[in-house]
Design a protein around this ligand. Structure first.
Ligand SMILES: [Zn+2]
Length: 207
């Protein structure tokens, strides 16, 4: 009997139970956005690890639940699914960061996406667009520099970051410029005219 080993494995299993509760909370939040699936996979893996831990703890105490299952085989399977767990968690985090900080597409790809979205030929977009625009934040009074590719990157769903306003034969574009202000992100809606020149801004809002 390996009582100390069994004790440590039981503590580890209790920590995993804590992880399981956190995962359930994440699923409850993400379910509303249809993003819960990877977390269901992760939760299933945690539940599987929990079984493995309990099985191992009992083995250390001399109790064998499944006669055909050796500790060597169980360890191998835990190692295998452990690596899958780490990779899945990393990919899920990467996608989350892309959503928060902007997806990693190049300037060219971002301008193409912009041109398709607003229905302006890419050549025209390229000739009109400036590398850098600036707007003053109404909250912190700092000059916020932005570019159209930045705005596109910050909004994987482009219609949330770039809105085409058409009225009385005049087309203008509303861009939501994301800016880290104090302790949170704010979005400053700025208006650009049909020549993509900066025209005006509206009050910013917290993201
Ligand atoms: Zn600010």
């Amino acid at each position: 009997m390996l009582i100390i080993n069994a004790f440590i494995v039981v503590i580890s299993a209790l920590i995993l139970v804590g992880g399981l509760f956190v995962a359930f909370r994440i699923i409850r939040i993400l379910r509303n956005y249809n993003l819960g699936r990877p977390w269901i996979i992760l939760t299933t893996l945690i539940a599987f690890f929990l079984f493995g831990y309990m099985y191992t703890a009992l083995r250390f105490l001399g109790i064998n639940l499944v006669s055909g299952l050796s500790l060597e085989n169980l360890t191998t399977v835990i190692f295998f699914f452990g690596s899958i767990f780490v990779v899945t968690l990393s990919v899920v985090n990467l996608n989350l960061m892309k959503n928060v900080f902007g997806s990693g597409i190049s300037d060219t790809e971002a301008l193409n996406k912009f041109s398709q979205h607003i229905g302006m030929p890419i050549r025209k977009v390229r000739s009109l667009v400036k590398k850098n625009y600036a707007v003053k934040c109404d909250t912190c009074n700092m000059a916020v520099h932005y570019s159209i590719p930045n705005v596109v990157r910050a909004h994987p769903q482009i219609e949330r970051g770039v809105v085409v306003d058409k009225g009385m034969g005049i087309t203008s574009y509303r861009l939501y410029v994301r800016h880290f202000c104090g302790n949170g992100f704010r979005e400053i809606p700025v208006s650009h005219d049909h020549q993509l020149e900066y025209r005006a801004k509206r009050p910013s809002r917290l993201v």
